[in-house]
Ligand binder design. Structure first.
Ligand SMILES: Cc1ncc(COP(=O)(O)O)c(C=O)c1O
Length: 317
């Protein structure tokens, strides 16, 4: 019997419901193909089915599982269905779900090495593996000036990269005093909206984001980039950041990294490569060419949560 004084689920009960949850997920995996990919609910329908106030007492876990089946499942768009072809791939997998359980079970905080050495060292080590597996230049490994960290999303990675670019361009002046409205960032018309969001959060202002035209394969045109940078310098502005994309969201276009990289190097601009979508393709040696020119990049991000059977969220930066 659970101790009525305890607010914790006793280990035996946890074991029982843990098994039930795993069974429920396994059964979901078996039936997901038969469910409608797009949720049929109307806006507000899920909320209307929920009680207006939180329950005063915790409910039995079987009631919660029944609610998941009755109230939540009809409101799910089934990204894991083999019939799902919308937005972008976001594949989970058995090992990834079980890994998430272990991680939640340990409840570790990884903000410092001392807060859990295994967390930091495993993260660093696996990101070195990934750098090797994707054929990234040696500078992206932790043995050099680089080394990867896990971010929640590619959007966060783009923001981190832009902040680093902003500080490098201003020698930490903007970090102390704020942006003065002269810093300029560059991406293509096909770049993911997270870069525009980052530009706004980092204080550069939407006005100072240049969306460079693309060619007939939707790839950023390096000549147009160079021309725009010159114009901005002539106008007294300070170009600081370029985002090139390996696999744009809408068409999987590949921006030409070697040419863009040469412009960035000549102009001393930070080059961030957003490979959120297509980067994992380079796990296959025959697709390594998508990373040609990465030696010019200051930062790189790809999303195992899109194409590497890893739960959302996991971005490697
Ligand atoms: C090219 C590209 N960049 C960035 C993102 C944003 O990814 P996240 O959801 O990890 O922020 C996406 C998502 O589809 C993407 O395709």
């Amino acid at each position: 019997m659970p101790d009525p004084q305890s607010f914790h689920m006793p280990p035996d009960e946890f074991r029982r419901w843990g098994h039930a949850v795993v069974d429920w997920i396994a059964e979901y995996q078996q039936r997901v193909e038969a469910l409608p990919v797009l949720s049929p609910v109307q806006p507000g329908q899920v909320r209307a089915a929920l009680p207006p106030h939180p329950p005063p007492r915790g409910e039995p876990f079987d009631a919660i599982l029944a609610d998941v089946e009755r109230l939540i499942l009809p409101g799910i768009t089934h990204w894991q269905s083999p019939n799902f072809f919308a937005f972008f791939p976001a594949n989970t997998s058995g090992p990834s779900i079980l890994g998430e359980m272990l991680s939640a079970g340990l409840g570790v905080q990884g903000m410092l090495w001392a807060t859990s050495p295994a967390c930091t060292e495993l993260e660093t080590h696996v990101l070195d593996w990934l750098a090797d597996m994707l054929g990234l230049p040696a500078g992206f490994r932790s043995s050099g000036p680089g080394g990867g960290v896990i971010q929640d999303t590619a959007s966060s990675a783009a923001l981190c990269a832009l902040l680093a670019a902003r500080e490098r361009a201003t020698r930490f002046r903007s970090n102390e005093y704020g942006c003065d409205g002269t810093l300029v960032a560059y991406a293509s018309t096909q770049t993911h909206s997270s870069v525009e969001k980052a530009v706004k959060i980092a204080g550069l202002g939407r006005r100072n984001l240049r969306l460079i035209e693309v060619d007939d394969r939707f790839a950023l045109r390096p000549d147009a980039l160079e021309r725009q940078i010159h114009q901005d310098r002539q106008a007294g502005l300070t170009p600081c950041f370029v985002c090139a994309t390996v696999g744009t969201t809408s068409s999987n276009a590949l921006d030409p990294l070697p040419e863009i990289g040469q412009v960035c190097r000549a102009q001393r601009l930070w080059l961030h490569v957003d490979a959120a979508m297509a980067g994992p393709a380079a796990l296959c040696p025959e697709f390594r060419h998508i990373h040609r020119g990465l030696e010019f990049a200051d930062s790189y991000a790809c999303n195992p949560h899109k194409w590497m059977f890893t739960n959302f969220d996991c971005d490697c930066f």
